[in-house]
Design a protein around this ligand. Sequence first.
Ligand code: NAD
Ligand code: IPM
Ligand code: MN
Length: 349
Amino acid sequence: MRLAVIGGDGIGPEVVAEGLRVLRVIEPKVEATDYDLGARRWYATGETLPDSVLAELREHDAILLGAVGDPGVPSGILERGLLLRLRFELDHHVNLRPVRLYPGVATPLAGEHTIDMVVVREGTEGPYAGAGGTLRRGTPYEVATEESLNTRFGVERVVRDAFHRARARPRRRLTLVHKTNVLTNAGDLWLRTVAEVAPEFSEIQVDYQHVDAASMFFVTDPGRFDVVVTDNMFGDILTDIGAAITGGIGRAASGNLDPSGKNPSMFEPVHGSAPDIAGQGIADPTATVLSVAMLLAHLGRTEDAARVEAAVAASLAERSRPRNGYLHDQISTREVGEDLAARVAGYTG
Ligand code: NAD
Ligand code: IPM
Ligand code: MN
């Protein structure tokens, strides 16, 4: 396995080290190449993602990324110049974000909920596309626009992907989330596309929800969702809510996929560089380890992926149990990584 590793900024390298620790148990001979991209490189050279590095990244089977973003770097330079550039150049149009509550994990929700959904977030279009601009900057007449780009091609391919995923899951439900009551151009395109593709998947129960209502139901009744398909920005916001209702942002994994296989897919935790806790060795690496499981599944290593997920499930159940009056999950990044690696190795169950 040829793996490109981009630790990135803040807690990125800390959590990626633990993801690699677990991966090496499964695949001791993994050929992991570190790429020094992120704030440090930008400070030193002004580069975010040189073309030559992008060309090298393309030669890998997959990419594992920690996080990008640094309080000292103007907002957007690294996010757009590195992370989004990777997603766009490598055609990561399916941003897959499972939202799953593992047994025994504490959730801030009142009552019992079964949460097991997957958000299929469009990854290359929407308001992220970069269309728009600023006029008369710094004057009282300043105008700033950010246009949402939605193409029939882009919407249809992610909608089809979501339908296929719904077909492979027991509940066979698909919810389109948008804001068709206000965003009438893009909303109409998404609605029509889902309606036109749906007859090919007649066994799937399809419904629609506006994003504001969906945000509420994510919190009050998450069990109603199975596969959620949505645009780039709504998917970004919904999946942080998804993380919060399933035990926290430190446990939410994602895959940026090019399902055609033409480009390497990229796996990363949903969270960012967490400057507030960076360098302290306390970030939860579980999201990164679960992203490694997604990476294995993507490369066809289904059993290995299941092994990693089982280790995470067992560890989460134990970490969620109070011990001596405090939560056992107040342990270090490295302790969690070592515990998960040991479980994967089969020393504990
Ligand atoms: P964030 O996800 O970095 O942090 C939000 C909160 O969650 C913070 O309090 C942080 O301490 C906590 N948190 C995050 N990951 C955690 C973990 N593994 N364990 C424990 N706690 C964790 O979001 P933010 O503060 O809005 O953004 C910080 C920077 O990260 C910004 O530059 C932003 O652009 C960037 N960002 C990058 C990515 C990415 O690389 N995919 C994702 C989100 C944000
Ligand atoms: C995420 C992040 C990114 C996004 C940012 C950092 C560009 O929030 O991966 O969820 O908005 O997609
Ligand atoms: Mn986000």
